[in-house]
Write a protein that binds this ligand. Structure first.
Ligand code: SF4
Length: 112
């Protein structure tokens, strides 16, 4: 991705839901399923989701929730399992919310 961010970083950080809501940074960098769900839900309503996600993809973020997506080792994970033996029937609280990737970014990912 070589296009410029939709907003300048200083501007979009001011608009960021995580900044405006004063959410502790640790929520976005946690291994706890509940924290990850919380972070993704905050991102889902963030007005700068697209810029945030675009930057995280470009930087190949090693860890955390960025732009509504869970990153591990520079890749977007669709889901995450709790530690230990998986339950036979998935618990509702273990289902990560699906935050859609903006179409423009999906197209860029496919063409990369
Ligand atoms: S998309 Fe999520 S991590 Fe990115 S600025 Fe918005 S709330 Fe913060």
């Amino acid at each position: 991705m070589q296009e410029a961010l939709t907003y300048e970083p200083e501007i979009w950080r001011r608009e960021a839901a995580c900044e405006r809501l004063g959410v502790p940074t640790g929520v976005f960098f946690s291994d706890d399923i509940g924290d990850i769900v919380h972070a993704k839900n905050i991102c889902a309503g963030c007005p700068v989701l697209e810029s945030c996600l675009e930057g995280a993809i470009r930087r190949r973020e090693p860890w955390g929730v960025w732009g509504g997506q869970l990153f591990r080792n520079g890749h977007i994970l669709a889901n995450k399992r709790r530690r230990g033996r998986p339950s036979k029937v998935p618990r509702p609280e273990e289902q990560l919310p699906v935050v859609p990737i903006p179409v423009r970014i999906q197209q860029e990912l496919l063409s990369a």
